[in-house]
Design a protein around this ligand. Structure first.
Ligand code: MN
Length: 254
């Protein structure tokens, strides 16, 4: 695997220039995991990412959409054999989505159990105000030997991060997290070999525009500062981490 930048959670299909952005990631050799929020978006994302070297698409059903789209879990399941990557999935117990939390838990448990049965999946997981519930579900339904979880934009406590580490989880961190004091101290305590980078674009900003995958360089710089390391060594470490994760899920890292 060449050394370079990694954006392990972004939404390329939410930009007006989706195909051009896929080409840009390919040109830059930027390893990108583009997630989907509804399985109805899967076929197009899959088509655009199926002939690529660096861009992979993940099949998701976003917890914020479960209130309206829980029935689409059957479509999610229909496509599951077409990919090794799942997301965005998880739980959101924030004020806007708390009402659907029971329904979200049913869907997330089903996703974890199904991934465990099929094996070899990597899941990018949302856990806003639900770190404990997400970890409880992962512990109950997806042993690390059956699939790997990457906690995206994790905002749990340091002790919850330790529990997640013990469960075999990875963490994808973005520039916005690395500018938040509380998140920074949690990230500083993570084992460096479990850390990946992300933009969550277009939901984060770089200056006055939505972040693009290449802006993940900012996360590498901030992570390097936090760990008192330098950009190259940090990028190398994150590349190595992704390689280890892929091998653990029995995916060819090259
Ligand atoms: Mn996201």
């Amino acid at each position: 695997m060449s050394q370079g930048l990694i954006d392990f959670h972004c939404h390329l299909d939410l930009y007006p220039d989706h195909p051009a952005l896929v080409d840009e990631c390919e040109r830059l050799g930027l390893r990108t995991l583009t997630v989907t929020t509804t399985p109805k978006a899967w076929p197009r994302n899959h088509a655009l990412a199926s002939q690529t070297r660096y861009v992979r698409a993940a099949l998701g059903l976003h917890p914020q959409l479960v209130a309206d789209r829980a029935a689409e879990v059957s479509i999610w399941e229909l496509h599951l054999d077409e990919t090794r990557y799942v997301g965005e999935v998880g739980l959101d117990a924030g004020p806007r989505f708390f009402r659907s939390l029971d329904q979200q838990k049913l869907v997330f448990d089903h996703v974890l159990k199904t991934c465990s049965r099929r094996g070899g999946k990597i899941l990018t997981v949302h856990s806003i105000r639900a770190a404990k519930a997400v970890l409880d579900a992962v512990e109950a339904h997806l042993p690390a030997s059956r699939g790997r979880v990457v906690l995206h934009w994790f905002t749990g406590s340091t002790s919850e991060a330790r529990r997640a580490t013990d469960l075999g989880c990875y963490f994808s961190v973005n520039a916005e997290m690395l500018r938040n004091e509380r998140a920074k101290s949690m990230i500083a305590g993570l084992p460096i070999d479990r850390v990946l980078t992300e933009t969550d674009g277009p939901f984060t900003r770089t200056g006055d525009r939505p972040a693009r995958p290449a802006d993940v360089a900012t996360a590498i710089d901030l992570l390097a500062d936090l760990r008192r390391s330098n950009r190259d060594a940090t990028a190398r470490q994150v590349t190595k981490n992704l390689r280890t994760l892929l091998i653990a899920a029995d995916i060819d890292p090259d």
